[in-house]
Design a protein around this ligand. Structure first.
Ligand code: C2E
Ligand code: MG
Ligand code: MG
Ligand code: MG
Length: 286
């Protein structure tokens, strides 16, 4: 008990707190008000079909405009949001806004895009993800088949009946499920059999090493072949140059995303990018 150890609880904690803990607390305090203060913004990164070179969809990536904290990136604030439980409310906000945005785009001359949203394990376990998804789809009018939920291997480690049941309910809704950052975690291949994933995303660390590491080419090759043998679509993330794309195409990877095409962009810039991309495609065969 902090009191018995001298002083009141607060000063005890403050003295003992590492600067890392302090920073996370500060982030948490600001995160609490981020939605009300309209500080979140969604960015969109194009996902390209390697067979046709056409724009197939977008991945939604959350950005936080908080000048006090100097606009922390997802790698700084998502884990705080997860630990504090705030990710549940934030995750709903992301889902609803992302679905509405792609429906708005469908009403312009953009092609009908799929939208991939990152989902934290916490949303799966503590939040009512099925109800959140159902609500976002109903509210926006987005067909379920155009929504893809990205999940990382971390979630599957628990491998409980509840998680499996949630997966089946989501599949029944008709949304697509995608295994993100494949190859970085504790991937047990048996997960691929037990969980009905539609898509496998090769982590960008493999793609990055394709350039100068034969083992990475071999691994990427194996991941693509395995994904296909489970009837999954395989996406490579973090594609930055033509050499990487050529290898991925030779290996029959289905889709790519990365700085070679575009970084994640705010709405307006994404629309301009998509228009320029479509024009370039019709004027020359890339
Ligand atoms: P992720 O889902 O694996 O997203 C891909 C990350 O790679 C993004 O980082 C993206 O900006 C970056 N990226 C894309 N192309 C390239 C490339 O060619 N080269 C390099 N070096 N990087 C590239 P970002 O936006 O910083 O997001 C980091 C992570 O934060 C995401 O990894 C995702 O796990 C998480 N995240 C982002 N938004 C959300 C969200 O709305 N909800 C949840 N739960 N997590 C999110
Ligand atoms: Mg992702
Ligand atoms: Mg991820
Ligand atoms: Mg990833």
């Amino acid at each position: 008990n902090a009191k018995e150890m001298g002083g009141d609880r607060f000063s005890f904690y403050e003295e003992g707190m590492s600067s890392e803990t302090e920073k996370r607390l500060e982030i948490e305090n600001h995160l609490r008000y981020a939605i009300d203060r309209d500080e979140f913004k969604l960015y969109y990164q194009p996902v390209i079909d390697l067979k046709t070179n056409s724009l197939s969809g977008v991945e939604v990536l959350l950005r936080w405009q908080n000048t006090d904290l100097r606009n922390p990136g997802p790698d700084q604030f998502i884990s705080v949001a997860e630990q504090s439980g705030l990710i549940i409310g934030i995750g709903k906000w992301v889902l609803e806004h992302a679905c509405k945005q792609v429906v708005t785009w469908s009403q312009t001359d953009l092609p009908p895009l799929t939208v991939a949203v990152n989902i934290s394990a916490k949303q799966f376990i503590d939040g009512d993800i099925v109800e959140s998804v159902r609500f976002a789809l109903r509210q926006s009018g987005l067909p379920a088949s155009r929504l893809e939920l990205e999940i990382t291997e971390g979630l599957l480690i628990n491998d409980t009946a509840e998680i499996r049941d949630t997966f089946m309910q989501l599949k029944k809704l008709g949304v697509h499920l995608s295994l993100d950052d494949f190859g970085t975690g504790y991937a047990s291949l048996s997960y691929l059999k037990r969980y009905p994933f539609d898509t496998l995303k090769i982590d960008r660390s493999f793609v990055h090493d394709i350039d100068n590491c034969n083992d990475s080419v071999t691994l990427t090759n194996a991941i693509i072949a395995m994904g296909h043998s489970f009837n999954m679509t395989v996406i490579a993330e973090g594609v930055e140059n033509l050499h990487q794309r050529r290898i991925l195409r030779e290996r029959h990877c289905d889709m790519v995303q990365g700085f070679l095409y575009s970084p994640p962009l705010p709405t307006d810039q994404f629309v301009s990018w998509a228009k320029r991309y479509a024009e370039m495609q019709t004027s020359q065969h890339v």
